[in-house]
Design a protein. Structure first.
Length: 234
């Protein structure tokens, strides 16, 4: 019998936001995998480090932070082979994923490769969307409003087209794309209806008006929340 693959959402960073279910499963797993930069520690691992045991086998999936998809795909191909070996041997494997595994989660790469062959279970986590909204005190949507979730990596024209139609929006993966997003919001007259959040739930968390944010210091894990229709929800 093969092992089971678990996608474990570990939330936005605060260890207290990891679900009880994720912790329970994590503690009993013989193998734990997680994404990591080419050098340095894994953020996802750091969130649950206190729950790990020296007896567990750890697999660091070191992904290059480049614009090209090709290097990352090769890394996930190799990781799927290594993880698949453990699963074939009957060992359960948990893959840690920041936020929620199925919301822009790195786990999706392994899910696509391994779920067709092995039993797979996904444990949802607190997403960056809800963490940023809670930290900023900004409701995402109410009643029959529609939330538009957009990656800042989209081309400028495509991003502007979608923001122009949005009732409420969250723009993720800001990083070096903030100047582009700020230009769009100013053109649409929406800049004053936004809230900027970075590193939600961590000690380094910052919540700022968009106009005060220094573009040179914006991390990848940051977000803009927009209520284009205002705050009236009655």
């Amino acid at each position: 019998m093969s092992g089971t693959l678990y996608g474990l959402g570990v939330g936005p960073g605060d260890p207290e936001l990891v679900t009880l279910r994720a912790v329970r499963i994590l503690r009993r797993l013989p193998v734990v995998a997680y994404p990591a930069p080419l050098e340095g520690a894994s953020f996802a691992r750091s969130v649950v480090a206190s729950q790990l045991s020296p007896a567990q086998t750890e697999i660091a999936i070191r992904v290059p932070m480049t614009r090209s998809l090709a290097p990352a795909q090769a890394v996930y191909d190799r990781a799927a082979i290594e993880i698949g070996g453990h699963l074939k041997a009957g060992r359960d494997v948990g893959v840690l994923c920041q936020g929620d595994p199925f919301l822009y989660g790195s786990f999706i790469q392994l899910f696509d490769r391994l779920a067709p062959e092995f039993p797979t279970k996904v444990v949802p986590g607190v997403s960056s969307l809800t963490a940023c909204a809670a930290a900023a005190g900004v409701p995402l949507v109410a009643r029959d409003e529609i939330l538009t979730v957009l990656p800042a990596t989209l081309p400028e024209a495509a991003l502007e087209k979608r923001l122009k139609l949005a009732q409420a929006a969250a723009v993720l993966k800001l990083g070096r794309h903030l100047p582009k997003v700020r230009r769009i919001l100013k053109r649409l007259g929406l800049a004053d209806r936004t809230t900027y959040v970075e590193h939600a739930s961590l000690e380094s968390q910052r919540i700022l008006p968009l106009e005060t944010v220094d573009s040179a210091s914006v991390p990848y894990f940051s977000m803009i929340l927009l209520r284009a229709g205002g705050r009236e929800v009655r």
